[in-house]
Design a protein around this ligand. Sequence first.
Ligand code: UDX
Length: 436
Amino acid sequence: MRLSVIGCGYLGAVHAAAMASIGHEVVGIDVDERKIASLSNGEAPFFEPGLQEILSDGLASGRLRFSTDMADAAGAAVHFIGVGTPQQKDGYAADLTYVNAAVDALIPHLAEGDIVAGKSTVPVGTAATLAERVTPTGATLVWNPEFLREGWAVQDTVDPDRLVAGVPAGPEGERAADILREVYHPSVAKNTPFIITDLATAELVKVAANAFLATKISFINAMAEIAEVTGADVTTLADAIGHDARIGRRFLGAGIGFGGGCLPKDIRAFSARAEELGRGESVAFLREVDAINMRRRDRAVDLVVSAFGGSVFKKNITVLGAAFKPHSDDTRDSPALDVAVRLHGLGAWVTVTDPEAIENARRIHPQLNYVEDRDEALRAADAVIVVTEWDEYRRELDPAHAATLTAGRLIVDGRNCLDADAWRAAGWDYRGMGRP
Ligand code: UDX
């Protein structure tokens, strides 16, 4: 099938390359000339495991190309909208500027029977508004949210755990659903659940999923706060409640909390939308989820500061991690970088290292000192704090070896990802989050 993907960021670029990898003929379109030039040259504009390979293969096969010209979308059977919906600068609501601009630019190139499939995360009700603009062209607007996780984006796109599509009622919607089944033929062939629903439900599924995940993380972080005043261990607690299949152990990792381009902005946009709908109280708990999450960053900073008797002024602190999570170079709303910036603000000499995210981090926070080599970054540190659980720190950093590099022996485990006993045995003062 011929497909177009409008927006070539984290979502769109992966979607375009993944669709080409399953046999479709795809054009990716973006207004950013540098991004399109880089993608056309076969260079992934960001770090995402597996993307480079499917990008190169797609270009080599001739099935994948990129363009800045919206006219190149003409002739595609399905047009995916994968542009960003960031948090508004002066509030919590989602900024729909890019979605609206993409749809407006696409409309002149649509033909009767085309499918416009929204993928971006939008406030519920957006799709219905867009449908009013798309319908007069004879095209059908559907909503097909994306659940990909950064770091696993290629796998999540090629082999998702479920597919969801909101379609209009009646034969037009049935036809659209059939076309989407053709698009996602490998998943359909292996009986991946494919939920066909209405537009509002499809939009809500996405925000509800992210709200649930954020709540799960803040729940365990709230337990970490209680553990901190009672001497309990939140990681053992998470193991124990996680054995209950109704609860499950995943997303019960207590630490410095969630960040990134999705969860924080999505729960805020959801709250803002619920208030517009007169149902603010229904999701009032999300404000608390957000507040708990932000408090964990304070707690990580406090752990370092209190270990030094109340001041980190002129202390050398090495921050291991900058990305909001491992296997990503994304530093958008990164709790890791936030902790580094706060320590710097308190007068510490902060050195940050990360296997992939230094370039992005430096762009946003040039005031910090960045060192690529992990061991070099550890040299002469008075304290070390792990804020992104990369294997390079979690598995591959030997505490005895680290001790030969640093000046001090304080290790703060902001992700509860280290073997506390091993670090203590090597002479370190180990402090975790919600752990005695
Ligand atoms: C998330 C959703 O998982 C995905 O389905 C959606 O499409 C987009 O948003 P992503 O932002 O890539 O994906 O990252 P995710 O793996 O969900 O992690 C989000 C944040 O939560 C990270 O900062 C991570 O470190 C943190 N986290 C995750 C925890 O603090 N504890 C956990 O147990 C799990």
